[in-house]
Design a protein. Structure first.
Length: 243
């Protein structure tokens, strides 16, 4: 919509002597929702990430503003759904890399088919690199366990994109090499870029506009892990925005 307005204004400025043309440009401009302002992002972030300090929250507000605008995540529902989902994925905007340091007991809970017993999980317990290479091998575009792709392309960013295929698409979208994209995703700016890229690539604005939070969860998580908490935080963000 912003591109359409820009092109339209170039051809027919609002100062056009033709009243109908000037009115059309004005209507088009007024139909575009305003970008998320700090006054809305700050309370929404406070609602979904209450453990952040004021300075940390202010930094995230500044970091997110441009990526959200570029991705068209600007309506209250879209912003709230995005922030609520990111809060769950990133541990309240505090973790930008996947934590794979699991005990044997936890491994059995997270990957029961791979680790049916504590004995089976023993070798990978508290061994994040070994675990990533084993459980992420030969899927999501990754090569076999020996390649190290599982660890190299582990989850990063606010939505924890994972796998060689996802990182390759992200790199192409932002004009970086694969190695650069991997490093970028672990930074605060890259965490925002990768999350808004994933959101747009999966057309999640459309689901947010109908408040289909569980469907968004499935797109992000591949299942329903943390569904109740995701819904709670999305609704908390929406309430904080005042919508």
């Amino acid at each position: 919509m912003l591109d359409i307005l820009t092109a339209f204004e170039a051809l027919f400025p609002r100062s056009s002597p033709e009243p109908a043309v000037a009115a059309a440009v004005t209507v088009l401009a007024n139909s575009i929702p305003p970008p998320p302002s700090p006054n809305r992002l700050d309370p929404a972030l406070r609602a979904v990430a209450p453990h952040l300090t004021d300075d940390q929250r202010a930094t995230w507000v500044a970091t997110l503003a441009e990526p959200l605008l570029k991705a068209g995540i600007i309506t209250p529902r879209c912003v709230a759904a995005f922030l609520g989902q990111c809060a769950v994925e990133s541990g309240g905007f505090r973790s930008l890399e996947e934590d794979l340091s699991y005990s044997a007991t936890r491994l059995c809970q997270v990957w029961p088919s791979r680790f049916p017993s504590a004995e089976a999980a023993g070798a990978c317990a508290l061994q994040p690199e070994l675990l990533a290479n084993r459980v992420y091998a030969s899927r999501m575009g990754n090569e076999d366990e020996a390649s190290g792709d599982g660890w190299r392309f582990r989850g990063r960013g606010l939505i924890q994109i994972s796998g060689r295929s996802a990182y390759t698409r992200f790199a192409q979208a932002i004009g970086m090499t694969l190695d650069q994209a991997v490093e970028h995703a672990a930074t605060r700016a890259g965490a925002a870029d990768s999350a808004t890229w994933f959101w747009s690539a999966n057309q999640l604005n459309a689901l947010a506009k109908t408040w289909s939070i569980d469907l968004i969860t499935r797109k992000i998580n591949g299942g329903t892990t943390g569904a109740a908490e995701r819904t709670r935080l999305c609704e908390a963000a929406l309430h904080a925005i005042g919508a």
